[in-house]
Design a protein around this ligand. Structure first.
Ligand SMILES: [Zn+2]
Ligand SMILES: [Zn+2]
Ligand SMILES: [Zn+2]
Length: 159
């Protein structure tokens, strides 16, 4: 795409803020710039048209926020995982699910083991800390445990 084509296809006067910017969406009230798109993804309440409490990204002719169904917005904004209606990041996940995935990646120790544990992201940090400080290398704890068990029995034999 040449800069001229980009200008022709993507740059519009935003229907909501009037700024000349590349459009993020083309909704019933006109081209929507990135800023107004993000703002619309945070408007919730009771839609005056269908009386449903949900995301209100659209605008009626008076400029009042309305839901996407009433605004005729073809695209849906439901999170693929939890069904939350709002701003979708990356693929098709809401901010909450995207954050949970990021935390899961950070806590994964690289073995992939943690990735399958459902309790991982909610494990309290205090429990994690105590678990790591009291845990000893497996070889040594088995060795001392074995020796401790052998000594009394050997002593009993000699007596
Ligand atoms: Zn705008
Ligand atoms: Zn509605
Ligand atoms: Zn979600």
């Amino acid at each position: 795409m040449t800069p001229e084509e980009y200008e022709r296809w993507m740059i519009r006067d935003c229907a909501r803020c009037g700024r000349r910017a590349s459009k993020s969406a083309e909704w019933s009230d006109g081209p929507i710039c990135r800023t107004c798109y993000d703002r619309a993804m945070r408007v919730r309440g009771r839609c005056p048209c269908c009386d449903t409490d949900r995301l209100l990204p659209g605008r009626d002719t008076d400029g009042a926020p309305i839901c996407r169904d009433c605004a005729g917005i073809v695209r849906d904004f439901f999170c693929d995982r939890c069904g939350f209606e709002g701003l979708l990041l990356g693929g098709r996940l809401c901010e909450h699910c995207t954050l949970a995935d990021t935390v899961a990646r950070l806590l994964d120790d690289g073995t992939g083991r943690v990735a399958n544990s459902s309790s991982r992201p909610r494990l309290p940090s205090s429990r994690r800390r105590s678990a790591t400080t009291t845990r000893q290398p497996p070889g040594r704890s088995v060795g001392t445990g074995g020796a401790a068990m052998l000594i009394p029995s050997a002593a009993a034999h000699q007596c």
